[in-house]
Design a protein around this ligand. Structure first.
Ligand SMILES: Cc1cc2nc3c(=O)[nH]c(=O)nc-3n(C[C@H](O)[C@H](O)[C@H](O)COP(=O)(O)O)c2cc1C
Length: 334
């Protein structure tokens, strides 16, 4: 797959410029390791895992693959309990050398990671954030457009965002995220000057992704018009916009005139985790397989790329397909 060599694949030693995006608790050792074995970058989202759980998934993943994988940490302290510096140290102790930060600055952790020869990625949503991150010493940027699934950092769509960021930081590899779900999308962002593509929603539909089957099914069935951008599911991580699939919780809230307080079913318990912890209607909980209850009423995080996500398949097969489609699309364009 040498046709797909970029500054990003060179920097990390990947075969293809494809990233299985951090997709919260849907990431797991099986997913990250399978992607890494296929020559793409696997990511583990550790933000909502405590020290012990973080060590465990890192160790499990290392046992499964000799490929390349990294961790993602949401830097916004409102999102979590464990201090970021501590989380970074735990990952460094486990030998991790690829770190991605989102929803906040990587700057406070750059020295800590660079002193271990680690590589730092930061997600940004506009050109001035991109310049500030590069000035602070970030190695690789992720430009996440508004059409992305999950929590969203930008108000700008991927198509205008990527070239703006590429122009702002011409010497830094930029990876495009948001709205990419097949090789045509990857070819498009490479043409815009990106050095790689970061796919979240499409990897939710893999066999390895740690998601409830009803959630995966909704992602597979959804078309491009069925996502909603709002700050509705704000319990646990307030005031950060996110994109989810339309469901009963969203529909009832819309029907009630989109109130900010006293929303329909506010505080109501809709599901529970396997240890019996209740999940309230507007909580930010991701629908993992062990959740019991009204799973379809939870935030079903997904991007507009859900329309292009129509097949459940093993993650390694997906990486191969994406790479082949990208080469075909680039050849067609030539
Ligand atoms: C279920 C889900 C969970 C996500 N969790 C995280 C996360 O933990 N950290 C993060 O930086 N981004 C997270 N994101 C955003 C993705 O990393 C990525 O930017 C996004 O999925 C790209 O858009 P796409 O869904 O169209 O591929 C999440 C996205 C989804 C769909």
């Amino acid at each position: 797959m040498s046709q797909l060599t970029t500054a990003f694949t060179d920097a990390l030693g990947l075969d293809v410029p494809i990233v299985q995006a951090p997709i919260g608790s849907a990431t797991c050792p099986a997913l990250a390791a399978t992607v890494a074995d296929a020559g793409a970058l696997g990511m583990l989202a550790v933000t909502w895992r405590d020290e012990e759980a973080t060590r465990k998934i890192l160790t499990d993943t290392k046992h499964r693959t000799d490929g390349i994988f990294g961790v993602n940490i949401v830097a916004d302290s409102d999102a979590k309990d464990i201090p970021t510096e501590r989380h970074v140290q735990v990952c460094l102790d486990e030998g991790i050398d690829v770190f991605s930060f989102s929803f906040g600055d990587a700057a406070p952790y750059i020295e800590q990671i660079h002193s271990h020869d680690g590589t730092i990625l930061q997600t940004v949503g506009n050109a001035s954030e991109a310049k500030a991150a590069v000035d602070a010493g970030v190695d690789i940027l992720v430009a996440q457009g508004w059409e992305a699934g999950g929590h969203v950092q930008s108000t700008v769509a991927t198509l205008p965002l990527v070239p703006r960021i590429v122009d702002a930081v011409p010497d830094t590899p930029v990876i495009a995220a948001g709205g990419i779900a097949d090789g045509r999308g990857i070819a498009a962002v490479l043409t815009l000057g990106a050095a790689g593509a970061w796919l979240g929603t499409r990897f939710l539909a893999t066999e390895e992704a740690h998601v409830h089957r009803l959630y995966r099914q909704r992602v597979l069935e959804a078309d491009e018009t069925e996502t909603v951008y709002s700050s509705l599911f704000d319990e646990g991580w307030p005031d950060v916009p996110h994109r989810v699939l339309e469901n009963a919780t969203v529909a009832d809230w819309k029907a009630a005139g989109q109130p900010e307080a006293d929303r329909p079913g506010e505080g109501e318990i809709v599901a529970e985790t396997d240890d019996g912890t209740p999940i309230r209607r507007y909580e930010d909980s991701l629908a993992v397989p062990s959740i019991d209850g009204a799973v379809e009423e939870l935030p079903l995080y997904a991007g507009q790329s859900a329309g292009l996500t129509q097949k459940e398949q093993p993650a390694d097969e997906l990486v191969v397909t994406l790479a082949e489609e990208t080469i075909e699309a680039l050849e067609r364009a030539n």
